[in-house]
Design a protein around this ligand. Sequence first.
Ligand code: ZN
Length: 240
Amino acid sequence: MTKTCTKCKLPKGTTLFRKVKGYRGNRCSICKPCEKEYRASRREDKKIYDKARCDSMRDEVNKRNREYYKQNREDRVAYAAKYLAENRDEVNQRARLRYHEDLEKQGEKRAKNKELNSKQRKAWRERNKAHIQTYVKAYQRKYKARRRRIRRESGKGNAEAALRRAAVLNATPAWADIKAIEAIYKESKRITRTTGIQYHVDHIIPLVSDVVCGLHVAENLQIVTAAHNLKKSNKFNDYK
Ligand SMILES: [Zn+2]
C-alpha cells in the first residue's frame, strides 16, 4: 500500500504517514520526513511562542499566589505557629538537614562553574574597562561621605545591616510585586517629609522571628511611626 505525499509529491508506503484519526485513510496528508522538515523550519517561531506563553502565565500564577497569601495570611501564620510549637524538634532537625544538603549542592555547582564563571567575568571586565572606571570613580565620589560615616559607626552596626539585607532578600518570593513595595517605601518617605515625623516601613509579620517568618511583599508591609517600630521587637507574638 502506498500513498502520495501532498508536499514532496512522492508515493510512499502508508507506514511513512503518521496516523490521524478521522482523516482520509486515517493517515496524515504529508509524509513523516516532510513533517519533520516542517517542524524544524518552525522551531525558532515555536521557541518565541512558548516563551511568550510562559511569561504570560507567570504573571497570572504570581498574581494568584499573591492573592492567596493576602487572603490566608493570618490563618497560615497561625497554623504554622501551632505546627511549629508542637513539632519544634522535628522541624529544627529537618531545617538543619536541608541547610547542609543545600550547602553541599551549592558547593558542587560552584566548583562546576568556577572556571567558566571566572573566564566570563574576566572577558566582561576587559570589554567594559572604560565604563567600569568611570562608574567606580562616580561611585567613590558619591559615597565618600557615606563610607566615612559607616566607618565611624561600629562594626556591629555593619554586621547587623548585612544580616538585615540578607533577610530581606531571602524573604522576597518570585511573585513579589517590586513596584508595589517600592511605592510603599516612597509613600513612607513622603509622609515623613510632609509631617516632620519619622515614619518607617514595617513588616506586619517580622522577616526574622523564632515562631514564623513573614515575607518581604507589599501585602506584609505597613507604614508606622519610627517610635512604634522601634518598640516592636522581632517576635511575632509581640505584634498586635
Ligand atoms: Zn513528503
